[in-house]
Design a protein around this ligand. Structure first.
Ligand code: EPZ
Length: 424
């Protein structure tokens, strides 16, 4: 296995290009199952998770080829409707083939994802939603066995929690159903609007884009898609926080500032200067000396609230602030795995149920250490802490990082960071 070495103390400077969004690429690749023929997806990031998802699609009979960031996908000849455990266990998002497979093949056998570091990750809302549309779902031997005799029937589905992949699965099940489906308390993340745009381009009829109420009028068939993946707002936020944490200044490009409403405001509240362009965001420190970061509370919420996927990263930044703040995690039950590792680097953090109290010790508050990555976003908070710390940090199990950050070492060294990989 590899580890990442970070020599801290360098102020990041310059520009970094943001890649396509992992959490848009996965549902959009799944949606190609809905129509035979050759689909084209642009701005597709080359990540461990997209490669895993494409392996799963190959299992089903899908052919694909990549030319740069353009993915051509042909789902004409499907030979299986099963997503096996050995693939699903490494990536929970595999559940996204459930809705489109059931729609296309009339059946789907998808391994239950199982839990992960951040929580139990149940899929009950996916299942009850599909059953509401007429599917029969049996849970046995760790698999969801779903089938429908004929077409799914449009109906109203209410989500107790605005589940992102649950909304995506039900969207993909409803577009070819008989009649009209209404999704209530649907998730409003930008990745869902990206999926709606792709499905509409394929001939689907969907109303309520960007709202929590989606109305889908079923059609008889769909045609292959030609769609670009939106920029990755979580990658964008991660680099903005990294630049800030090192006392640097820089610009992220090929992003969509409108997808980061909460983070940009929170960064401004710390005293940083954040300027938005059409597809760029620049961040820098004010000229006042001595430099100091105000402590700012955050509470993770469904979009457009503060994203849970940027909670760990902001916590690393707040360890460098001058006062006390509270970070509350409302989406997942166990998303503080990074705290113990940050504490090893000198961060003064106390967990209190679903909240953490962070007592900032200023910009020199962290020192390098050997730490371990536990999940994708926790590992990016350790990178940020290592970049801001004095001395060397060694981060093990960096396969977590490679799931969601394309060309991480190249992008960071392009900003002047001293980071490299070594064998464990
Ligand atoms: C998506 O996960 C993202 N993954 C996650 O990003 C992200 O953290 C999450 O949304 C929240 O924004 C992808 O899009 C591939 P949820 P998802 O269903 O859809 C509970 C990353 O780092 N719930 O919106 O799995 C669930 O336990 C990943 O890129 C049920 O109880 O999240 C959680 O508490 C991590 N039953 C809450 O709802 C269900 O059937 C929100 O989960 C579904 C969800």
């Amino acid at each position: 296995m590899e580890k990442l070495i970070v020599e801290g103390g360098v102020a990041l400077q310059g520009t970094v290009r943001i890649s396509g969004a992992k959490n848009a690429a996965l549902p959009l690749i799944a949606a190609t199952l809905l129509a035979p023929g050759r689909h084209r997806l642009g701005n597709v990031p080359n990540l461990r998770d997209t490669r895993t998802f494409l392996k799963l699609m190959e299992n089903l009979g899908v052919r694909h080829e990549r030319l740069g960031d353009v993915l051509t996908i042909d789902s004409t000849d499907l030979r299986s409707a099963e997503a096996p455990y050995d693939l699903v266990k490494t990536m929970r998002a595999s559940v996204l083939v459930l809705g489109p497979l059931l729609t296309r093949m009339g059946k789907a056998k998808v391994s239950m994802p199982g839990g992960c570091a951040i929580g139990a990750r149940p899929i009950n809302f996916h299942i009850t939603g599909l059953e509401k549309l007429g599917a029969t779902c049996r849970l046995e031997r760790g698999y969801v066995d779903a089938e429908i005799d004929g077409r799914l029937q449009g109906d109203t589905v209410y989500f107790d929690i605005p589940t992102v992949t649950g909304t995506e699965n039900l969207l993909m099940a409803a577009v070819l159903a008989e009649g009209t489906t209404i999704l209530k308390n649907a998730a409003r993340e930008p990745e869902i609007a990206n999926l709606i745009d792709m499905l509409t381009g394929m001939g689907a009829r969907i109303e309520g884009r960007n709202t929590d109420r989606l109305t889908i009028h079923g059609v008889d068939e769909l045609r292959p898609a030609d769609c670009d993946i939106i920029p990755d707002r979580i990658e964008a936020g991660t680099y903005l926080i990294a630049i800030a944490a090192t006392g640097g200044e820089g610009t992220i490009t090929h992003c969509n500032p409108a997808h980061l409403p909460s983070l940009l405001e929170k960064l401004r509240l710390t005293g940083l200067i954040v300027d938005e362009g059409d597809s760029t965001v620049s961040i820098r420190w004010p000229k006042t000396k001595p430099r100091s970061l105000k402590s700012v509370d955050i509470k993770t919420m469904p979009y457009p609230g503060y994203p849970t996927d940027l909670q760990a990263q902001f916590m690393a930044l707040m360890a460098l602030s001058t006062d006390v703040c509270v970070i509350t995690e409302t989406i997942f039950e166990n998303r503080f795995m990074h705290v113990a590792e940050l504490q090893r680097m000198g961060a003064d953090i106390r967990i209190d149920g679903h909240s953490c109290v962070i007592n900032g010790h200023g910009l020199q508050g962290l020192s390098g250490a050997q730490v371990m990555a536990t999940d994708l976003r926790a590992s990016s908070s350790l990178v940020i802490a290592g970049l801001a710390a004095s001395g060397r940090t060694e981060i093990s199990r960096i396969y977590h990082l490679e799931r969601g950050y394309e060309n991480l070492v190249e992008k960071l060294t392009g900003l002047g960071a001293r980071v490299w990989k070594e064998q464990e």
